[in-house]
Design a protein around this ligand. Sequence first.
Ligand code: OFO
Length: 168
Amino acid sequence: RLSAQLEKALSAQMNVEDLQSHVYLSYGIWASDEGYEGISNFLFRHAQEERNHAIKFMQYILNRGGKPKIESLPAPGKDPKNLTDCFNLVFKHEVDNTEKIYALVDMAFEEKDWATWNFLQWFVKEQIEEETLAMDLIDKLKIAGGDQASDESLFNLDKTLGSMPDEA
Ligand code: OFO
Protein backbone atom coordinates (compact mmCIF):
# COMPACT_ATOMS: atom_id res chain seq x y z
CA ARG A 1 0.00 0.00 0.00
CA LEU A 2 1.08 3.57 -0.64
CA SER A 3 2.40 5.61 2.29
CA ALA A 4 0.21 8.56 3.29
CA GLN A 5 2.96 10.89 2.11
CA LEU A 6 3.19 9.38 -1.38
CA GLU A 7 -0.58 9.10 -1.67
CA LYS A 8 -0.88 12.83 -1.04
CA ALA A 9 1.99 13.75 -3.36
CA LEU A 10 0.74 11.56 -6.24
CA SER A 11 -2.74 12.94 -5.79
CA ALA A 12 -1.36 16.49 -5.96
CA GLN A 13 0.41 15.54 -9.20
CA MET A 14 -2.86 14.20 -10.62
CA ASN A 15 -4.30 17.68 -10.09
CA VAL A 16 -1.20 19.31 -11.62
CA GLU A 17 -1.65 17.22 -14.78
CA ASP A 18 -5.28 18.29 -14.92
CA LEU A 19 -4.27 21.91 -14.57
CA GLN A 20 -1.75 21.44 -17.40
CA SER A 21 -4.60 20.10 -19.48
CA HIS A 22 -6.64 23.26 -18.78
CA VAL A 23 -3.67 25.48 -19.58
CA TYR A 24 -3.22 23.80 -22.97
CA LEU A 25 -6.95 24.03 -23.64
CA SER A 26 -6.78 27.76 -22.94
CA TYR A 27 -3.80 28.15 -25.32
CA GLY A 28 -5.69 26.12 -27.93
CA ILE A 29 -8.68 28.44 -27.61
CA TRP A 30 -6.35 31.44 -27.96
CA ALA A 31 -4.68 29.96 -31.06
CA SER A 32 -8.01 29.19 -32.70
CA ASP A 33 -9.23 32.69 -31.97
CA GLU A 34 -6.05 34.03 -33.63
CA GLY A 35 -6.80 31.96 -36.71
CA TYR A 36 -4.18 29.24 -36.18
CA GLU A 37 -6.41 26.21 -36.50
CA GLY A 38 -3.59 23.68 -36.90
CA ILE A 39 -1.70 24.93 -33.83
CA SER A 40 -4.96 25.02 -31.92
CA ASN A 41 -5.68 21.43 -32.90
CA PHE A 42 -2.17 20.44 -31.77
CA LEU A 43 -2.69 22.15 -28.39
CA PHE A 44 -6.12 20.57 -27.90
CA ARG A 45 -4.61 17.13 -28.53
CA HIS A 46 -1.84 17.95 -26.10
CA ALA A 47 -4.47 18.94 -23.52
CA GLN A 48 -6.01 15.50 -23.97
CA GLU A 49 -2.63 13.87 -23.30
CA GLU A 50 -2.28 15.76 -20.05
CA ARG A 51 -5.75 14.64 -19.09
CA ASN A 52 -4.66 11.06 -19.76
CA HIS A 53 -1.65 11.63 -17.50
CA ALA A 54 -3.99 12.75 -14.71
CA ILE A 55 -6.03 9.57 -15.18
CA LYS A 56 -2.84 7.46 -15.03
CA PHE A 57 -2.04 8.96 -11.61
CA MET A 58 -5.62 8.49 -10.44
CA GLN A 59 -5.68 4.86 -11.50
CA TYR A 60 -2.31 4.10 -9.97
CA ILE A 61 -3.29 5.56 -6.58
CA LEU A 62 -6.51 3.51 -6.65
CA ASN A 63 -4.62 0.36 -7.65
CA ARG A 64 -2.31 0.79 -4.68
CA GLY A 65 -5.19 1.09 -2.21
CA GLY A 66 -5.13 4.90 -1.96
CA LYS A 67 -7.79 7.49 -2.60
CA PRO A 68 -6.99 10.32 -4.99
CA LYS A 69 -8.54 13.68 -4.20
CA ILE A 70 -9.80 16.03 -6.90
CA GLU A 71 -8.98 19.61 -5.90
CA SER A 72 -10.38 22.82 -7.32
CA LEU A 73 -8.04 24.17 -9.96
CA PRO A 74 -6.86 27.75 -10.39
CA ALA A 75 -7.67 29.55 -13.66
CA PRO A 76 -5.09 28.82 -16.37
CA GLY A 77 -3.73 32.37 -16.43
CA LYS A 78 -3.20 34.90 -19.16
CA ASP A 79 -3.31 34.16 -22.88
CA PRO A 80 0.06 34.07 -24.67
CA LYS A 81 1.10 37.39 -26.25
CA ASN A 82 2.08 35.80 -29.56
CA LEU A 83 3.20 32.44 -30.96
CA THR A 84 6.76 32.74 -29.63
CA ASP A 85 5.38 33.45 -26.18
CA CYS A 86 2.95 30.54 -26.53
CA PHE A 87 5.67 27.99 -27.39
CA ASN A 88 8.02 29.36 -24.73
CA LEU A 89 5.24 28.98 -22.18
CA VAL A 90 4.60 25.40 -23.29
CA PHE A 91 8.31 24.67 -22.79
CA LYS A 92 8.31 26.31 -19.36
CA HIS A 93 5.27 24.31 -18.25
CA GLU A 94 6.99 21.09 -19.30
CA VAL A 95 10.24 21.95 -17.51
CA ASP A 96 8.30 22.80 -14.32
CA ASN A 97 6.44 19.55 -14.61
CA THR A 98 9.65 17.58 -15.07
CA GLU A 99 10.90 19.01 -11.77
CA LYS A 100 7.71 17.89 -10.05
CA ILE A 101 8.07 14.38 -11.46
CA TYR A 102 11.70 14.23 -10.30
CA ALA A 103 10.66 15.26 -6.79
CA LEU A 104 8.20 12.35 -6.76
CA VAL A 105 10.89 9.96 -8.00
CA ASP A 106 13.08 11.17 -5.14
CA MET A 107 10.31 10.56 -2.63
CA ALA A 108 9.64 7.05 -3.95
CA PHE A 109 13.37 6.33 -3.77
CA GLU A 110 13.63 7.61 -0.19
CA GLU A 111 10.72 5.40 0.84
CA LYS A 112 12.07 2.45 -1.15
CA ASP A 113 8.67 2.18 -2.79
CA TRP A 114 9.96 0.50 -5.94
CA ALA A 115 6.52 -0.02 -7.47
CA THR A 116 5.93 3.74 -7.42
CA TRP A 117 9.47 4.41 -8.55
CA ASN A 118 8.87 2.10 -11.49
CA PHE A 119 5.47 3.67 -12.26
CA LEU A 120 7.11 7.10 -12.37
CA GLN A 121 9.74 6.03 -14.91
CA TRP A 122 7.08 6.23 -17.62
CA PHE A 123 6.68 9.92 -16.76
CA VAL A 124 10.44 10.51 -16.66
CA LYS A 125 10.61 9.25 -20.26
CA GLU A 126 7.48 11.14 -21.25
CA GLN A 127 8.90 14.42 -19.94
CA ILE A 128 12.04 14.03 -22.06
CA GLU A 129 9.79 13.62 -25.10
CA GLU A 130 7.60 16.57 -24.17
CA GLU A 131 10.53 18.90 -23.55
CA THR A 132 12.06 17.86 -26.87
CA LEU A 133 8.75 18.45 -28.58
CA ALA A 134 8.41 21.92 -27.04
CA MET A 135 11.97 22.85 -28.11
CA ASP A 136 11.12 21.59 -31.57
CA LEU A 137 8.11 23.93 -31.69
CA ILE A 138 10.31 26.87 -30.73
CA ASP A 139 12.85 25.91 -33.42
CA LYS A 140 10.21 25.45 -36.10
CA LEU A 141 8.81 28.89 -35.40
CA LYS A 142 12.31 30.45 -35.44
CA ILE A 143 13.03 28.86 -38.81
CA ALA A 144 9.72 30.18 -40.12
CA GLY A 145 10.86 33.68 -39.10
CA GLY A 146 9.51 34.01 -35.55
CA ASP A 147 6.87 36.64 -34.99
CA GLN A 148 7.99 38.36 -38.18
CA ALA A 149 7.30 35.23 -40.21
CA SER A 150 5.47 35.72 -43.47
CA ASP A 151 1.84 34.67 -43.72
CA GLU A 152 2.92 31.86 -45.99
CA SER A 153 5.44 30.37 -43.54
CA LEU A 154 2.96 30.69 -40.69
CA PHE A 155 0.34 29.01 -42.83
CA ASN A 156 2.74 26.12 -43.48
CA LEU A 157 3.77 25.86 -39.83
CA ASP A 158 0.13 25.83 -38.79
CA LYS A 159 -0.55 23.05 -41.28
CA THR A 160 2.45 20.99 -40.09
CA LEU A 161 1.46 21.18 -36.43
CA GLY A 162 -2.16 20.41 -37.20
CA SER A 163 -1.15 17.13 -38.77
CA MET A 164 1.52 16.09 -36.26
CA PRO A 165 0.76 12.57 -34.94
CA ASP A 166 -0.69 12.06 -31.47
CA GLU A 167 1.56 10.88 -28.67
CA ALA A 168 0.92 8.93 -25.51
FE1 OFO B 1 3.31 17.36 -20.24
O1 OFO B 1 3.29 16.51 -18.68
FE2 OFO B 1 2.07 15.35 -18.19
O2 OFO B 1 3.32 14.45 -17.27
